[in-house]
Design a protein around this ligand. Structure first.
Ligand SMILES: Nc1ncnc2c1ncn2[C@@H]1O[C@H](COP(=O)(O)OP(=O)(O)OP(=O)(O)O)[C@@H](O)[C@H]1O
Ligand SMILES: [Mg+2]
Length: 451
């Protein structure tokens, strides 16, 4: 996408000359010889850079400068300074102009100044994005099962396209990791991948995260803010937990996916971004469509390529590889590089069902290695060997009513799941495939009955 420059000067010959020069350097240029015209272009052309003369027939460039700074502080302003306007130019810089050029404008100097400015801006932009990025580029996608190999091949093919991708899979299967893998294997990898979790924010905040807001759009919007769709320009936008988006925002997202066009909250300009979209969901979106919670048209738009990651229990061949990978990774991180795990324990871990998938496996290994006193991980270092299969059956085998046995099992099972998911009831309800409110009631009942 070309960078847009607006030249505001009543010297039409000069404007034309600069305009031609800039167009030759592949900028998108428009001119205005009056402030009124410039103000209109601000709205419909939305320049990224303005070259501004300070003395115009219908008013002072300084007022215009202040207006632009106030309305869209991201816009970069360079002053075109004529003879006798030096002190004015200094004032303009104090008011937020970035630099000045003296007339007549030297073409080489102009081009270099612009390039420097843009470079600085991009650097700033990248730093901003890095803060947002939760990518850990050193992370590798492990797995040599047939399922995983096929999936990774598909990811590589999908990476070469700009099509929207939907990643589905149970919690902890690696959706986020794969989103990064796809981005890294795409031609967009030199640009950012920007993350948005659609589950954690209120509708208004999510909209402002996604599309940005103008100053004063809502209480607390003290300044203009860029949306993540903008920060993801030329790169990838990763929309996690897409199933949680409200119907109202779904329609705005659909419009963006279809036309690459959006408006900031409180704004009325149509802005553009060419970000490639990857979505993830651990809900069955087709089901959500049936229930009326998810727009069907949006579903078809995001589901152009659907990649599903199998739960770990359906690709057990990956377990030993993952174990070795995590043992060596945490060995490095925890300063226990010689810590290892016996084949017998690996075998046992392969039989376990891993409801929290790779995340649970990773956490278990980390926990075991933190507490392990020797160089070798044993069964005792993995809590669930002791807790789940053995103690539960023990309890069930006690002579007691069937109801009590079932309740005991339920209680222990749910508590364990909660523990593994950091107490996140929404997540646990999803794993259990029950409503969150029902989980809540269940917990209350179980806790009062059996204690
Ligand atoms: N194949 C894999 N190789 C290495 N690490 C993996 C693999 N799959 C998952 N992980 C690790 O497991 C953890 C969970 O993965 P991730 O966050 O991508 O899961 P998710 O599917 O997004 O889960 P959720 O639905 O709960 O958000 C991460 O730390 C990730 O790096
Ligand atoms: Mg995730």
């Amino acid at each position: 996408m070309k960078i847009k420059i607006l030249i505001v000067d009543d010297d039409i010959a000069l404007s034309q000359e600069i305009s031609k020069l800039l167009k030759r350097h592949h900028y998108d240029v428009q001119t205005a010889s009056l402030l009124q015209e410039a103000t209109e272009k601000l709205g419909n052309f939305t320049p990224e850079i303005i070259l501004l003369d300070l003395k115009l027939p219908d008013g002072s460039g300084m007022d215009f400068l202040k207006k632009v700074r106030n309305k869209s502080p991201e816009t970069m302003i360079l002053i075109l300074s004529g003879y006798g306007t030096i002190s004015l130019t200094v004032d303009a810089i104090k008011n937020g102009a970035l630099n000045f050029l003296t007339k007549p404008v030297d073409p080489d100097y102009l081009i270099i100044t612009l390039e420097k400015l843009i470079e600085q801006k991009q650097l700033h932009h990248r730093l901003l994005v890095q803060e947002l990025e939760i990518a850990d580029r050193r992370k590798m996608v492990m797995g040599n099962s047939k399922k995983m190999k096929t999936l990774l091949e598909k990811c590589k093919t999908a990476a070469t396209l700009d099509t929207t991708i939907l990643l589905t899979g149970e919690t902890g299967t690696g959706k986020q990791l794969l989103a990064h893998y796809i981005h890294q294997n795409s031609k967009r990898s030199h640009y950012p991948i920007v993350y948005v979790n659609c589950a954690n924010l209120s509708e208004q905040l999510l909209e402002s995260e996604l599309f940005g807001h103008e100053k004063g759009a809502f209480t607390g919007a003290h300044r203009q803010k860029l949306g993540r769709v903008e920060l993801a320009k030329k790169g990838t936008l990763f929309l996690d937990e897409i199933g949680e988006i409200s119907l109202n925002l779904q329609s705005k997202l659909l419009h963006f996916i279809e036309y690459g066009e959006f408006q900031r909250l409180g704004g009325n300009q149509n802005l553009h971004s060419d970000a490639r979209i990857i979505c993830a969901s651990n809900r069955d979106l087709e089901d959500e469509v049936k229930k009326g919670n998810f727009r069907e048209d949006l579903f078809y738009r995001v589901n152009v390529i659907n990649l599903t990651i199998a739960p770990l229990r359906e690709r057990r061949e990956d377990i030993p590889v993952l174990i070795q990978y995590f043992v060596s990774k945490f060995g490095q991180e925890l300063g226990k590089p010689h810590c290892h795990i016996s084949d017998l324990v690996v075998e046992k871990l392969c039989q376990y069902n891993w409801p929290g998938n790779v995340r649970e496996l990773q956490n278990s290994i980390e926990r075991a290695m933190v507490f392990c006193k020797t160089q070798q991980l044993t069964e005792n270092d993995f809590q669930f060997f002791n807790v789940r299969p053995i103690s539960q059956t023990d309890k069930i085998f006690k002579p007691q009513s069937l109801k009590k046995a079932i309740d005991d099992f339920k209680k222990e099972f749910i508590h364990k799941l909660l523990e593994e998911n950091g107490g996140n009831q929404t997540k646990v309800a999803r794993i259990l495939e029950i409503q969150r409110t029902y989980l809540n009631r269940l917990l209350r009942e179980l806790n009062t009955e059996s204690s």
